[in-house]
Write a protein that binds this ligand. Structure first.
Ligand code: ZN
Length: 339
């Protein structure tokens, strides 16, 4: 049987190559303690020496108990739901192949499932239900702390400065995000994600003119319809209706399903006194798949249309669709709805 081998994985926060000893098989009969290490996340765990980010590798492990005729294919961490069935099938086939001819085989995701499959083992009382994956950078707060630790070793790394700034911005700390983002783009002017986040900082902090300029730079680098759309929002807030229309119309030409861009086109039209064009844009938003009327109603700019019968018809139609499509409740904060 092969022993552990060492592989290198890239840290999703600082980019460091992290060595990990990979254990591919655990024999419960020979070493019962090993399976407890496995489900506690101490085996196949990567910890980055630069930033401290840590997590389980989503690598399959064969857990076998030959005296019980039992083999399980085990993955310790979260697996995307759309891939779970396919992976589970492969795990099970693999386990069945090894358990042949009369053994019992199982596919297990996470420590709790493995305990259910092998209840007779001496399990610790507290088990994590699922382990955090190393390749998942985690919550904004965790990313921020890890980036700060990594910056101690590499203070002028633009990618780390960008990651810190983006984590701060995503964690709602807009003002603090500015300095690291400005330094990142000063060191590396073509870094689209840092420019995008810096543009958003400016948009949120009431500097729409600067935000527009930065989103335009993102577009010139990456041709992203989302940045074009946000450049349009910034232009509107900067009091430049023509620049706003140019950008928003281009954004929906490039990505017709960008519902929010249609909604903002309606806002710009309404602000320039064109009720007819505003309603046409809202119809476009509905036709492009808008399924939540709050995307419109959250904008106080539509106040003047509240009693307009055509406006109410559009909203009512979207509202009916909304009732039929349960949504996750997660709202996007890429454009905050203050004036
Ligand atoms: Zn790292």
């Amino acid at each position: 049987m092969k022993g552990p081998r060492t592989i290198h994985v890239e840290c999703p926060i600082c980019g460091e190559q992290v060595p990990v000893q990979l254990v591919a098989r655990v024999n419960v009969d020979a070493d019962a303690a090993l399976v407890r290490e496995l489900v506690a996340g101490r085996l196949n765990r990567a910890t980055c020496a630069v930033c401290g980010h840590s997590g389980a590798l989503p690598e399959p492990v064969i857990v076998s108990a030959p005296t019980r005729g039992f083999v399980a294919g085990y993955i310790p961490a979260e697996v995307p739901p759309n891939r779970k069935a396919g992976i589970g099938e492969r795990l099970l086939k693999n386990a069945e192949r090894i358990a042949r001819p009369k053994g019992k085989a199982a596919a297990c995701f996470g420590p709790a499932q493995l305990r259910r499959a092998l209840p007779e083992l001496d399990w610790p009382r507290e088990l994590p239900s699922i382990l955090h994956r190393f390749d998942d950078p985690g919550a904004a707060r965790h990313q921020e702390q890890a980036a700060r630790r990594a910056l101690k070793a590499r203070p002028d790394d633009p990618a780390l400065l960008a990651r810190l700034g983006i984590a701060l911005y995503n964690g709602g700390r807009t003002a603090q995000a500015r300095a690291p983002l400005e330094r990142a783009v000063a060191l590396e002017p073509g870094m689209a994600d840092a420019l995008h986040a810096l543009a958003s900082v400016n948009l949120d902090d009431g500097s729409p003119e600067e935000a527009m300029r930065l989103y335009d730079r993102v577009v010139s680098i990456s041709h992203a319809p989302l940045a074009r759309f946000l450049a349009g929002v910034a232009a509107h807030r900067a009091g430049r209706p023509k620049d706003a229309l140019d950008r928003l119309q281009q954004a929906v030409r490039e990505e017709p399903g960008l519902v929010e861009a249609h909604v903002w086109l309606a806002i710009v039209h309404l602000a320039s006194g064109s009720r007819g064009r505003a309603l046409a844009s809202l119809r476009q938003a509905a036709a492009s798949g808008m399924s939540d009327p709050r995307l419109v109603l959250d904008h106080e700019e539509f106040g003047p249309l509240q009693s307009d019968s055509e406006f109410r018809e559009i909203i009512a139609a979207v509202g009916k669709r909304h009732e039929r499509t349960p949504r996750t409740g997660r709202r996007d904060r890429r454009v905050r709805h203050r004036g």
